[in-house]
Write a protein that binds this ligand. Structure first.
Ligand SMILES: [Zn+2]
Length: 470
């Protein structure tokens, strides 16, 4: 396959290599990028995709999500709540209503949203596991992603003890026994954790929130088990000030220090959020090579704060982007996530520098660039999830890429630098093609074989059912 005549190609790499001079990409039969250049000539029998007036981006790698929440958008009881009351009112209040069919439907909606926003690799932090659940949530999630042709990583969540926010949860939602949890994760590793740079399915050890979900001693044991199996570690951390208060009270430590005490730092670990951090915690993260899933829309929606992502990235923390669950975001859209990050960090940097001494001038507009955001959301994500052959557009890398069309919406007319338009303009362009391993999974904004009207009808019925059950 040959993709030709793009207006611009962003590669996903950082720094000087962020923009390619190539306008054409050739994809080999192995699903990898075989050649990049200008005026490449079609070979006999080669399919040619015309990317005139289009921009090519690497496929996004979303590193933190809760797909089940795709049926819990805009729940009125949580729409103006901060994290803790929102947890009680929305995800914990509704999770008992998720049977296999409902989980599959929610996953399908979220994965379709992700695909249409240009996301080729999805990592889902799923935590509805309990004794006697009666179906296999992990298998259902892998199956839904495979049907859509998406690369998928299960961040296997769960807990061995209940948290305050769960008081009043239905009795059948008991926490798992630690041994049973480990045994199920080991089973998932055996079945789904592919090794190699272009793995299609992977697994991570991901107790829901390390400072809350496990009992004393289990955290270290979980880290050791994960490392023995060769899988990475993930969890929520330092999302709100309550995390710090909880850790001070319970451990007389800060959250990242608790992680350090329990062998939960390192280049094989990444945490979602990391909004509230002391200076010493930032150093602990940077020195250990621990990564981050930055979720700016969820942090904004819940009033959690502005995570210091640009500062952490400058210190060397591997940075990535996650949309987080749609119950605290209302959409699984990697492009709007990046647009939000672009504005949020600039506004924050401008405000943080106040009051400025007279004559110091203006500040903030260089807090984060679009090339940097593309890097975080592609190569950065592949780096924290451990997909080495994914996330950048270069010869030999997987052909996971999005072709964004800029010629059919006046929003994109008049732009001087088309390369930045899909993120800077603040709305999703028409997705002409999305490829995973060189295979077309979206064409002309449509997913082949997907009945959108049927998906909508199913979603409407499920929302009604969930509202009644809850
Ligand atoms: Zn989350």
């Amino acid at each position: 396959m040959l993709i030709r005549n793009a207006s611009a190609v962003l590669t996903g790499t950082a720094g000087a290599g962020a923009r390619s001079t190539a306008r054409d990409l050739r994809i080999g039969a192995d699903g990898c990028i075989a050649e990049m250049g200008c005026s490449l000539v079609p070979e006999p029998g080669e399919r040619v995709l015309d990317a005139s007036d289009c921009v090519i981006y690497p496929g996004w790698v979303n590193t933190h999500h809760h797909l089940f929440q795709s049926l819990l958008k805009g729940v009125p009881a949580g729409i103006d709540a901060t994290l803790t009351p929102w947890l009680k009112a929305v995800p914990y209040a509704y999770r008992g209503g998720f049977d296999e069919e409902t989980l599959r439907l929610a996953a399908r909606i979220g994965l379709v949203e992700l695909l249409l926003s240009g996301c080729t690799t999805a990592a889902d932090h799923h935590y509805i596991y309990y004794p006697g659940i009666g179906y296999d949530p992990s298998a259902a999630l892998f199956d839904e992603a495979a049907r859509l042709g998406q690369r998928f990583m299960l961040l296997r969540g769960g807990a061995t003890q209940t948290r305050d926010a769960e008081a009043g949860a239905p009795a059948h939602l008991r926490p798992e026994a630690f041994d049973a949890m480990l045994a199920d994760i080991e089973r998932c590793v055996g079945r789904y954790h592919q090794r190699g740079p272009r793995a299609r399915t992977r697994v991570a050890m991901a107790p829901t929130t390390i400072t809350i979900s496990l009992r004393d001693g289990e955290l270290r044991e979980a880290a050791r088990a994960a490392r023995a199996w060769g899988i990475p570690l993930h969890s929520h951390l330092s999302e709100t000030v309550s995390y710090m208060e909880h850790c001070r009270e319970k451990f007389n430590r800060l959250p990242v220090e608790v992680a350090a005490d329990n062998e939960w730092l390192g280049p094989d670990v990444w945490f979602a959020h990391l909004v509230h951090l002391s200076a010493s915690e930032r150093r602990l993260l940077a020195n250990s090579g621990t990564g981050m899933a930055h979720c700016p829309q969820s942090n904004g929606r819940l009033g959690s704060g502005v995570a210091p992502a640009p500062a952490l990235a400058r210190m060397g923390v591997p940075m990535s982007i996650g949309v987080d669950g749609a119950a605290s975001n209302e959409a699984a859209d990697m492009l709007s996530e990046l647009h939000c990050a672009w504005l949020m960090h600039r506004a924050h940097a401008g405000s943080a520098s106040l009051p400025r001494p007279e004559g110091a001038g203006e500040a903030g507009a260089d807090a984060v660039t679009i090339e940097q955001l593309v890097h975080w959301a592609s190569a950065g994500g592949a780096r924290v999830l451990g997909f080495e052959g994914v996330g950048t557009l270069a010869v030999g890398q997987a052909a996971d890429l999005a072709v964004w069309r800029l010629d059919d919406d006046p929003r994109f007319f008049g732009v001087h630098d088309p390369a930045i338009a899909p993120i800077a303009s603040g709305a999703r362009p028409h997705l002409k093609w999305l490829l995973v391993d060189g295979a077309i999974v979206v064409e002309d904004d449509r997913i082949p074989g997907l009945d959108m009207a049927e998906l909508h009808a199913s979603a409407r019925a499920a929302v009604k059912r969930l509202a009644e059950r809850h």
